[in-house]
Design a binder for this molecule. Structure first.
Ligand code: UD1
Ligand code: MG
Length: 468
């Protein structure tokens, strides 16, 4: 089936009461329009057109190959928005599917079902409707005595009886390109000062054109977001469906309600996720991992069997199989933690490669470093990578032992198997298998403390006499 998708997203979104264009509000890691576009792409359309308004530049951040953006100069209603898209689909032969940019929960599964019905029944125009518990501001679907749709009546124009109708318009339409000219016959709605796309139904019916309305899918899926309150409700619904999807695929949650997972995240079977975990962006978590409470992982890859301990932030990094990170660790972008490596409490790693089996267990900063395999990095080690102007590299080869409280002043290289004595400040390259020590030698002054005590007590006696 050949389809062209048009997403109308040029409305002012006044009811959001926000400076951000409505369709750019975010939920579960993507904008509303981003979710609708992803859904459209799953239908593999021949063409994808987005109608944008005065916030055109901001919306165009979603530019992906093949999307055509057309501008609706003034927000004069949904019919006028679709009219703006006509030049972009002029030569298209197939079915035009129209979606609202403010229905982020729609699924391609339901849209496919809808398009199949539209084609099977040979309709010229079809709408997708659903039953709403509270029809609120949705357009009501009016049917005749034999059940055929005759019109859609917007809530503000509906009579008391029409307001009671529970079947409402989802804002999803399938239209044959030949029927697009009907848009020009839609008259201005005086009450709202807009041209309603919904009026295409009554116009088509009056002309004897075949029109259908298919009541499929769930109410939640078609939720139209017009206010901040509705956005939060949509977010909660999407959040719930994402965690449910991962539970169905063998992921365990302890208090799933407190966990946030972006729509593009992937999680392997057997992974356990504790409360207040945020998995964002394109994060991929492997199989059999444990993610403890208050962890946030953004755009990162976590290997199979890895353990991420409490209150850890991982951004743009790779944690390989069976590695352990945290508690209270920070992986900054460009870091890679090797297989079985351990990054412990209060350790910050920035743009550094940590070899397999290496341990940095406590209070350490590793920046712009390349650390080999099976290295022991003692507590309080710091790579001094910044001289105030430039960043410099630290290289630590395999099997090195770095004693606690050492500073490695980059650029510097520690050769394979070398030892750095605790408390050293290393400024020169250390050859392989060497012990480097840079601390001052310890001196003992015997009896020094006794002399100090004597001086102190004689001074106290003088003071007491003076007081008297
Ligand atoms: C619309 C439908 C209503 C349906 C509901 C489903 C009309 C008149 N009403 O109402 O029947 O039940 O969606 O959620 O169509 N837009 C433009 N240009 C404009 C105006 C709107 O591109 O000039 C876009 C908006 O950005 C939005 C979509 O069209 O993505 C729907 O507009 P909105 O104002 O949200 O319509 P609703 O009142 O929700
Ligand atoms: Mg709406």
């Amino acid at each position: 089936m050949k389809i062209a998708g048009v997403i109308i997203a040029a409305g002012l979104g006044k009811r959001m009461n926000s400076p951000t264009p409505k369709v750019l509000h975010r939920l579960c890691g993507n904008t509303m329009i981003g979710h609708v576009l992803n859904c459209l792409f799953q239908l593999r359309p021949q063409k994808a057109v987005v109608v944008v308004g005065r916030h055109v530049e901001e919306i165009i951040v979603h530019r992906a190959s093949g999307i055509l953006f057309v501008e609706q100069k003034e927000a004069k209603g949904t019919a006028d928005a679709l009219l703006s898209a006509i030049p972009a689909i002029k030569k298209f032969k197939g079915t035009v599917i129209v979606l609202n940019g403010d229905t982020p929960l729609i699924t391609s599964k339901t849209l496919k079902k809808f398009l199949t019905l539209h084609n099977k029944k040979k309709d010229v125009i079809s709408i997708l409707s659903f039953i709403a518990r509270e029809p609120g501001s949705y357009g009501r679907v009016v049917r005749d005595g034999v059940g055929n749709i005759t019109s859609i009546v917007e809530d503000i124009d509906a009579t008391g009886k029409q307001k009671d109708i529970k079947e409402v318009n989802s804002g999803v339409y399938a239209i044959s390109p030949d029927a697009m000219h009907l848009l020009k016959e839609i008259k201005l709605n005086e009450l709202k000062g807009e041209y309603y796309l919904t009026d295409i139904i009554s116009i088509a019916r009056e002309k004897g054109i075949k029109v259908g309305a298919y009541c499929i899918g769930s109410e939640d899926e078609f939720m139209g977001v017009n206010t901040a309150k509705e956005l939060e409700r949509a977010r909660q619904l999407m959040k719930g469906s994402i965690t449910k999807r991962w539970m169905d695929r063998g992921v365990s949650f302890i208090d799933s309600g407190s966990v946030f997972i972006s729509s593009d995240v992937e999680i392997g079977k057997g992974t356990i996720i504790y409360p207040n975990v945020h998995l964002e962006g394109g994060t991929k978590v492997g199989r059999g991992c444990t993610i403890y409470p208050n962890v946030r992982i953004v755009d990162s890859i976590i290997g199979d069997g890895a353990i991420i301990k409490d209150s850890t932030l991982i951004e743009g990094s790779v944690v390989k199989n069976r590695a352990s990170v945290g508690p209270f660790a920070h992986m900054r972008p460009g870091s890679e933690i090797g297989t079985g490596a351990k990054i412990g409490n209060f350790v910050e790693v920035k743009k550094s490669i940590i070899g397999s089996g290496t341990k940095a267990s406590h209070l350490t900063y590793l920046g712009d470093a390349k650390i080999g395999k099976n290295v022991n990095i003692g507590a309080g080690t710091i790579t001094c990578n910044y001289d105030g102007y430039k960043k410099h590299i630290t290289i630590v080869e395999n099997d090195v032992f770095i004693g606690s409280d050492s500073q490695l002043i980059a650029p510097v290289k520690i050769g394979k198997g070398a030892y750095i004595g605790a408390g050293s400040t290393i400024t020169k390259h250390v050859p392989s298998m060497t012990l480097a020590l840079s601390r001052a030698e310890q001196r003992h002054i015997e009896g020094w403390a006794i002399k100090k005590l004597k001086v102190k007590s004689s001074k106290l006696k003088v003071k007491k006499k003076e007081k008297r």
